[in-house]
Every structure is written in C-alpha cells, then in structure tokens.
Design a binder for this molecule. Structure first.
Ligand code: ADP
Ligand code: ZN
Ligand code: ZN
Length: 744
C-alpha cells in the first residue's frame, strides 16, 4: 500500500518538467498525501518537491528508484482538483508545471520557515471572592504584585498582553510571573492574524436596497447559482452604476449557501476604500492576498482561507489560486485590466485561469467592467458569455461632460503652458468652490527624455535600448525598465555641445507647474515614485477623502475605482502617451484609461467636469471617451482587429529569445523559426528584434505567431514543450507568451 509517490521537483528547467517516481519510506507511509511538500534526492541536489499522486506500482526498476528524503511540511497545499487546474495552465501557457504550482502556493507558505504568530495574554485565575484576601497578604510584602492584583480586582474579566499590563502599571514583569506561579493568574496563548485589524472594527453596514437594474442582475445570476452548469457573465456597468454593491450582494448569497467566493481586483493597495466597504459588510470572513503583504501576513491569510476561517478572498492576480473551501463563485472586477496578466513566467492571465477553475468546479464567473476588454465584449456578443448591464449611474447621476482641447490650437493662440487656458480656468474655479481636482498623466518623472539639440542624440540607458527619464527630485536620469540611474550630463556625451535639454512632461513636472500656478493649493502626487513605502497609497487616498488635498496629480494609479464625492474636475494632461505606442492594443488602452479617469468625477452632488488635452482630438478612442460611448469604440476597433488579424479573431503567441550576446539570441530565434515554419499558423512574423531590443543588458529577438484556429495553437504548444524545448541545451532564454497583452 502507498508504496510510491509521483512528484514534481523544483528544478525549473524544461528537461526536468515531468513526473518522477519515488519510493515512500516506511515512516511516511501513513502521512503522505497528494499536495504535500517533500525533499527528494535529485542528482546531487535535494530540491523541494510536491506530491502529485500516490500509487501501488511503478515502472521504474527497483534498484533504480530513490526514496523520498523528508517532509518539508506535513500539510496539504493542494487537492487533486487543483492539480487538474495547474496542469491546464501548464499546457495552455506552455509553461513548467512546477512554476504553476509555485505561483499557486506562495513560497512563504510551503517553505515551512514561517510560524504562526501568537500573543500571550494574562488573566485572572483566582476566584473573585478570594481577591480581597490575596490583596491583604500582598499589601506590605509585594507592592508590585499588589498593584497587579488590584488591577484585576477592578477588571476581573479582562485578558491582556503581559507587555501592556506591565507597561500600564509600571511594575516588573517578575511580579506577573510570581502571581502565575501562585496560581492567582494564568497565561493564555492565541494565534493571531498579522494584518493590522484597523479595518475590521468599522461599523457593520447592511446591504443597500438594490435598484431595479441591480435587482435584475442579481436575480439572473442568483437564479443559476445552484445549477451544475458553469456560466460566465459579463457585467457591463458604467463607473458608479453600482457594480460593487452587486458583488457584495452576490457574495452574501454565496455565504448563505455555505460556500466561498473569490473577488479579484487589479491591485488591492489601490483600492483600500473598496476593501473597507467589504469589511464593513463581512468583517472577519474576509482574507486579502496581494503582493504588498509580508511573508508572515501571506502565510496567515492563506491558512485562514485553507482552514475555512475566511470564506471570502479579495486579492490580486495570484489569488485566483486561493484554496477556498467549497468555492461557489468567482468575480473579477475591472476585468479589462492588464495587471491580471502576469508578465513573467508563468505568463498566465487570471481571467482565463478563473474561467477554467469555474468550469472544473461547475460554478459561475462574473466579469465586471465599465470598459470591458474587446475579447470579453466580443464573447458576450457572440453568446459565449452572458451579457448583463447596469446602463446608468446610481440615482441616474449624469455622466460627466467631457471637453476635448486640441493642444495644437493652444500653441497657435500663444499659450506655451502644459495647461490649456480652459483647464487653468477650471482648476481656478474648482479651487474657488473648495472642490477637488485630479490631474492625470500616464508618465512619471519630470520629463520624458533628454536630447542634444546639436546632434540629436538621446541619452539612453546603458543596459536597455530605451531613453532615460529625468527625475528632478533626485536630480538623476532613471531608466524605467531596469532602474539604472545616471547624472544629468552638462555636455552631450556624443558631441560635447552644451545644448542638451530634457523634453516632454511627467507627473513631477505637472506637480511643479501646478504649484507655480496655484501656490495656495495643496497639491499631492501619486505615482510609482511616491508610493514605494508600504501604506503610502492609503495615506494619500485618506488625505484625499478628508479633503486635505486640493489637487491630486498622478499616473494611472489615480484612475482606479476611487469614489470621492468632492472631486469635480478631472484633467487629462495629455491623452497621447499611449495612442502612439506601437501596439495593437494602444487604442483600447487609451479609451479604457480615459473612461476610467473620467469616471472619477461627478459622483457627489455636483456634476463633474472632465478636460482631455490632446494632439489627436479626432482619434476614435478620444471621441468615444468623450461621448462615454463604448459601442462606438467597439465597432471601430473590432473592424480594425479583423482587418489586421488581431485578437479576438486571431490567437497569438509571442516568443522572445533572450541572451546577453546578440548573435546567440538571433541564432536561437532562427533555429526556433526553422522548427516553426511548417506549423499551422496563419502567419509567422519574424524573427526580428523586439521593439525594445535590449533590456537589462540582454538582447531580445521576437517571433509572433498568429493562429486562426485555437486547436492548432494548442497542438503546436504541446509539440513545442514536449519536443523542441525539452531537447534544448542552451543558456538562451525562450520566453513563450501565450495571448500576450503587450507587443513590446
Ligand atoms: P461601481 O462599482 O459601478 O463604480 P458602486 O457600487 O461603487 O459602483 O456604487 C456607486 C455609488 O452608489 C456608491 O457610493 C454606492 O454606495 C452607491 N450605491 C450603489 N448601489 C446603491 C443602491 N442600491 N442604493 C443606493 N446607493 C447605492
Ligand atoms: Zn550632441
Ligand atoms: Zn535600463
């Protein structure tokens, strides 16, 4: 019985991406289960490994088979059903199974080196009616102990940390220990949750009475809730239409049916208010999972989920793997967001994984967005997803009027400022009315690039094929790809001319210009540079909420689902930063971002006002955002995608070969091309240098494959993984990105 185990070893090399058999030692036989982590001998290594199966027989010869070394932890990290999902991800994304398992089970959890956090509290053990006598005995002999007992006489039912007690009463710790020795007091040790619980004790709030459109959506989804069929709904609701309220009431229904739910949000640190809203409905039933957690916090949250203490998981991308007990529903908020796609190995998209997980579990998936991804909307139109909508804002609040300012005209009128006269006047008005404004620009730093006006040289990063950005606060040039810094040169490194200057604008520059224009206003900035410290987002957003900020300048971070009633003006300083990117999704991203930022206003009593400055005033993504017209955008864009052979009509694979040596990267790409050239792809583009040819000192060569039939792509990916990649022995990296979201 239980003689052999199949394991996946943590040696992330394609060659070793298979299942290995090991003998189970006698002392592990009763305990070992699928999903546990063990160490096994593997060549000269003893890598950590996960148990995938346990069986009676093996095809490996008795004298060849090795024996499992030891447990890493006697805990089950996944179930058989989960393994089914991991294998699907591994096949669909052409990635190593072990990498998927490691993405699903946080390292902090399976390494076994983090312990539960406990607090020791002291409480009264002696019967209350004996206290008087005890006090009498202590009074003259042990003043400290007397003080402590006196405290418990007054607070007989409290339990508190020794540290707090000792501190408050200003006594020695030894006094407490003596009282415990005498059996008057005792200690109690409890496991606690590391995440600070400032959000949990907010007042419990009841569900709102749903509006008729919310009711329709809720009825529709709840009606099919207990069906064995997995349905994907696309909930298309404009900003402020009450989607979040719908999520909360859906989850209420899930809990009433004794099941659990996962809610994915793009980046949890950006949505503290949303999490707070959930806490005020569901309190301790919630666990949060995101990248800003410490290892200990992640460990706690994961365990609470696994044990069933938390039935609701709110988290970013990787929370899609959370070990929720009896999962009943998955919701993805802002389903169009790019952060759901991982941009390193394994390159999975949480939406696709969610779809698969929902199918395996026979449960429903709800995708919510004000600006659905083109793929999802197309699927809804063609009946793959069920379309549900919340067409108007709560209380029929108007969508804010959007004014487009043609910046070419502005210059002609003799206004060289980065702010049009119209935007300046509106900022003035906003400040006068004691209202708040958001200024948005999708680029951090002070300027965009540094150029020599004599010879045209642009200062580039030494490691990356990309221009560096000037940051005035640090007085440095910074590479936004690798973080390298340089001093701002006084003379051109190419021709020694002194006419070297920074061009373009970034958020730092906007902050500075606003301060110059409105010295009396309180201006704050929210971008990557101002939010590296833990809790920095929350601080800025709290200030915004408390009206301590007049004008908030920021990158797309300010575009996310905040809901502040006093914001009456949103200014997009330039809409052009994304439109001009060489990427087939640039129009879609522009439309989404503009719509999302515009949605930040007009949520209170006053009508909001949106100003978009651009050099592309006639671009359809700008026009569609102006009219809040998703259909118009969709019609234009879908036609282009069809004509140019892009998703959703085509299934893409982007393969990048990466090496420090340009020749090696190119040679590897050509070798791959020779292997690929007879496959059933509709089109193969490349090999050619990637749009950003070098990042962190490594050269990148790209091949893009377009498949008309997804089954054909699947077949190729299996071939690639099991054939071509397994035979390779090279140090060139092959990055295979299935359904890439960026072409760069
Ligand atoms: P979305 O997630 O679509 O942006 P929200 O759920 O945040 O929308 O709702 C926008 C605002 O309307 C919030 O302040 C919310 O509290 C309020 N709201 C939502 N549903 C209702 C309702 N049924 N009755 C009253 N107010 C509601
Ligand atoms: Zn020069
Ligand atoms: Zn760089």
């Amino acid at each position: 019985m239980n003689k052999y185990a199949e394991v996946a070893v943590d040696v992330p090399v394609t060659k070793f991406d298979k299942v290995y058999d090991y003998k189970i030692p006698a002392d592990m036989k009763d305990k070992l289960q699928i999903g546990m982590a063990v160490r096994v001998p593997f060549g000269k290594l003893k890598p950590s490994s996960f148990v995938l199966n346990i069986k009676e027989t093996t095809k490996v010869q008795e004298d060849k088979i090795k024996t499992i070394d030891s447990f890493i932890s006697e805990e089950k990290f996944f179930e058989k059903k989960d393994l089914h999902l991991y294998r699907w991800v591994s096949d669909y994304y052409c990635t190593l199974l072990i990498n998927v398992i490691k993405a699903a089970v946080p390292t902090a959890v399976y390494r076994g080196n983090i312990k539960k956090k406990t607090v020791k509290k002291v409480y009264l053990k002696a019967p209350e009616d004996e206290i008087k006598m005890i006090l009498n005995k202590l009074k003259n002999r042990a003043p400290s102990q007397y003080k402590v007992m006196k405290y418990f006489q007054e607070h007989p039912n409290t339990k508190l940390r020794v540290r707090d007690l000792v501190g408050n009463l200003e006594v020695y710790r030894g006094a407490v220990d003596s009282l415990v020795d005498k059996n008057f007091l005792d200690f109690e040790t409890n496991v606690i949750r590391r995440i600070a619980d400032r959000d949990f004790d907010s007042q419990l709030v009841e569900d709102l009475t749903p509006t008729p459109s919310q009711k329709k959506v809720l009825n529709k989804i709840n009606k099919g809730f207990l069906d064995k069929k997995s349905v994907t709904y696309l909930l298309h609701g404009v900003t402020g239409s009450g989607k979040t309220e719908v999520y909360m009431q859906l989850i209420r229904n899930v809990l009433e049916n004794k099941k659990g739910a996962i809610l994915l949000v793009p980046e949890i640190s950006l949505t503290p208010l949303m999490v707070k809203r959930f806490y005020s409905r569901f309190k301790g039933k919630i666990a949060v999972l995101h990248s800003a957690l410490s290892s200990g916090e992640r460990y706690d949250e994961w365990r609470r989920i696994k044990k069933g203490d938390a039935q609701i998981v709110i988290g970013a991308r990787s929370a899609i793997f959370a070990p929720v007990k009896n999962l009943g529903l998955i919701i993805i908020d802002e389903e169009h967001e790019n952060s759901y796609k991982q941009s390193t190995h394994p390159y999975y998209h949480a939406r696709e994984v969610a779809k698969k997980r929902a199918e395996i579990n026979n449960i429903d998936l709800v995708l919510g967005s004000a600006t659905p991804s083109l793929e999802s909307y197309y699927k809804a139109k063609t009946g793959v997803y069920q379309y549900l909508s919340l067409p108007v804002r709560i209380e029929n609040k108007e969508m804010p009027p959007v004014k487009i300012i043609n910046m070419t005209e502005e210059l002609k009128k003799g206004n060289p400022s980065i702010f049009s006269m119209y935007l300046q006047n509106n900022l003035q008005k906003t400040l006068k009315n004691d209202e708040q404004a958001i200024l948005f620009l999708n680029r951090r730093g002070y300027s965009n690039f540094v150029l020599c006006r004599s010879c045209g040289q642009v200062i580039k990063c030494d490691e990356c094929d990309i221009s560096m950005t000037y940051h005035q606060n640090r007085d440095k040039l910074i590479c936004h790809y690798c973080g390298n810094t340089k001093d701002m040169p006084k003379y051109c490194p190419n021709c020694s001319s002194k006419y070297i200057k920074d061009f373009g604008i970034g958020t730092e520059r906007i902050e500075k210009e606003v301060n110059k224009l409105f010295p009396e206003a309180v201006v704050s900035r929210m971008d990557y540079d101002t939010t590296t410290k833990k809790g920095a987002h929350r601080k800025i957003l709290n200030k915004l909420e408390n009206n301590e900020i007049d004008i908030l300048v920021g990158t797309q971070m300010v575009a996310k689902g905040h809901d502040y009633p006093n914001i009456s003006l949103v200014g997009v300083v330039t809409a052009d930063t994304i439109i001009n990117l060489p990427d087939f999704r640039s129009a879609e991203r522009t439309f989404q971002l503009l719509t999302q930022v515009a949605g930040r206003t007009g949520r209170g009593k006053k009508v909001g006002n949106v100003v978009i400055q651009t050099y592309n005033p006639d671009h359809y993504s700008v026009l569609a955002a102006k009219e809040h017209d998703y259909q118009y955008f969709f019609k234009k864009e879908i036609r282009l995608r069809k004509a140019l052979n892009y998703p959703p009509f085509i299934h893409l694979i982007k393969i990048t070969t990466v090496h420090q040596n340009k020749n090696k990267a190119e040679k590897a790409a050509r070798k791959l091309y020779n292997y690929l050239k007879d496959c059933k792809a509709k089109k193969i583009i490349g090999p050619s240098p990637a749009p950003i040819e070098r990042i962190r000192g490594e050269y990148r060569v790209q091949i893009l494959l377009k498949f008309a039939i997804i089954e054909e792509r699947k077949k190729l990916l299996v071939d690639l993984k099991e054939g071509f990649l397994k035979k390779l022995s090279t140090n060139v990296k092959y990055n295979i990105d299935v359904d890439p979201i960026s072409m760069l």
